[in-house]
Write a protein that binds this ligand. Structure first.
Ligand code: FE
Length: 338
């Protein structure tokens, strides 16, 4: 009979050890994979003793994986890019609400929701061919729909989150009717059927295949920092415009993440999200992909971002971008922005 309480004690000790062990691990599903991320994660482990198991994948694949794993998912935190994808994870009910004073005070209100947080910002800018287009003709997103640019506009797919989020911001600011007129005008101006990524649009603009296109800033910054002669040449051909400086400001998108509802290590997950909002992590997180920190006052020493200069950013809440995704897709479908 003596062995019984001993067994109970042993079991209790084992479960305490398990609980302790559990707190020291974080399963991170990340659609980010930049060199600086290594240092970002190593610092977290150094500070907290929490080991990070990283599962990397493409944005949509990772989301699908978490969805399929369901309540058995080992994922604690999901990091991805674009408000559209973060919104999708939210809509699927994958994120758990997080209450954190640190996140609330460090991340501006327009860059967080109840269950996901932005950790870096990117802007969607206009890129034009300097010998074919006058800068004053392409100062706003609205300009891209002006008939004088007929046959001059290149674009990536309308189904892509970057364009859907931009469209969502236009709906939020101007309403559906005006947004649809804009999309129609833009499609009427296409130089070719939408294809490729943002870098492909910049290349096509430089080559003169089109006069103007949209790109996220980190693609522009990447080319600006390139030492390859062919890429340096590309940037000599193109000009960059901060759109809508006289009105709503340049459309901003984010990369970010949240804690999953089924997270086995919730405490570690919140700690990690808070860590990403620290000065040091913000620098790594943003600069790793030539982006800007979300936390005010954190400075990044990035020559390309410095060269791009200061601009007025659209301060629309990221939650609004999320809200209009479906409407944005419906409008693009109606106007044939494939
Ligand atoms: Fe991208």
């Amino acid at each position: 009979m003596k062995t019984f309480p001993r067994l109970i004690l042993a079991l209790a000790a084992a479960s305490t050890l398990n609980a302790l062990a559990e707190e020291k691990v974080l399963n991170l599903y990340s659609a980010r994979h930049y060199q600086t991320d290594e240092a970002l994660y190593a610092n977290f482990t150094k500070q907290t003793g929490i080991k990070i198991n990283r599962i990397e994948g493409k944005e949509d694949e990772l989301l699908e994986r978490i969805k399929n794993e369901g309540s058995n998912s080992p994922a604690d935190v999901f990091l991805t890019v674009d408000a559209a994808r973060l919104a999708k994870a939210h809509e699927l009910g994958l994120f758990a609400p997080v209450t954190s004073k640190t996140l609330e005070t460090r991340i501006p209100a327009n860059l967080r929701t109840a269950d996901w947080f932005a950790f870096s910002k990117r802007a969607r800018v206009i890129v034009y061919n300097k010998s074919a287009i006058k800068a004053e003709d392409v100062q706003t997103y609205e300009d891209l729909a002006n008939p004088r640019l007929k046959g001059k506009v290149c674009s990536r797919s309308g189904a892509h989150p970057y364009n859907l989020s931009l469209m969502a911001s236009i709906i939020a600011h101007q309403g559906e009717a005006k947004a649809e007129t804009w999309a129609k005008g833009m499609v009427a101006n296409f130089a070719r059927a939408p294809k490729g990524g943002d870098t492909d649009q910049i290349k096509a603009v430089a080559a003169g295949e089109c006069g103007v296109a949209l790109s996220n800033t980190y693609y522009v910054a990447r080319l600006m920092r390139s030492t390859k002669p062919e890429e340096t040449k590309i940037m000599e051909q193109v000009g960059v415009v901060w759109p809508n400086q006289a009105t709503t400001g340049t459309h901003i998108n984010v990369s970010g993440g949240g804690m999953l509802k089924t997270a086995p290590h919730k405490e570690a997950a919140v700690k990690f999200l808070e860590y990403l909002a620290s000065d040091e992590a913000q620098r790594y997180f943003a600069d790793g992909n030539n982006e800007w920190p979300v936390v005010a006052g954190v400075k990044v020493a990035n020559p390309a971002l410095e060269a791009l200069g200061k601009f007025k950013a659209d301060d629309l809440p990221v939650g609004s971008l999320a809200m209009y995704q479906v409407k944005a897709q419906m409008i693009f479908d109606r106007v044939g922005f494939k």
